[in-house]
Design a protein around this ligand. Sequence first.
Ligand code: SAM
Length: 246
Amino acid sequence: MRFDIMTLFPAMVRAVLDESIIGRAQKAGYITVEAHNIRDYSQDKHHRVDDTPYGGGRGMLMAAPPVYDCHAAVCAMADAALGGNVKRRTIYLSPKGRVLTQDYAQTLTEYDHLILLCGHYEGIDQRVLDEIVDEEISIGDYVLTGGELPACILVDCVARMIDGVLPEAVCYESESIACGLLEYPQYTRPAVWHDVPVPEVLQSGHHEKIDAWRLERARELTGVLRPDLLAAYDAAHPPKPKKKRK
Ligand code: SAM
């Protein structure tokens, strides 16, 4: 899968996405992440990309021409690399968009190519958004200074579900939210730390009991912190009817 990030601050997204698991996934060839500086496409002699909004108001807006030209160049580059005929989606990271969830991130894994557009200042001229953007995605109901961190979050969340990025699908399927519950508490060595022992059952080697303990803890925690999730989980996992005794 290929991600192209259109931004005024490419070093910011590279600093995040070239590290750790996503960085290794790029090196291993499971995903490609490219960052493009929208400023490189400015026709202005001072490389300006922003201007004041019509109608007045505070702040500056990113102008349409460099965003449009950057997008056209990114599409051409990706077509050359991927051989055209790819399933592509252009996403504008925006607080006005649909809020990103694990389920929605999973649907995005079906694309071969995601182009992520990061706004800055007061945002971007609506005309270019109408022309190039397929959808707007928000990472939550709060406002940040730019779309770079949201773009990194989206890449991280989607990429870890791409084959090969994590050792096995179960690594992301069994985690909080993805499995429908919040994850049970986990422990590692030492067996006793600050006088607190690891729960005995986890040291028993009895896998059925361990699974039952984990499910019970996950249900308890979810009931306290996210009763909405627990209700949805219970509705999707009704208890099995008990067999009648003859
Ligand atoms: N004036 C815009 C509004 O009221 O909707 C907010 C602009 S914000 C200061 C600058 C940029 O940050 C946006 O264009 C967007 O790319 C990004 N951004 C801010 N909050 C975001 C969020 N919650 N999710 C995704 N992107 C966000």
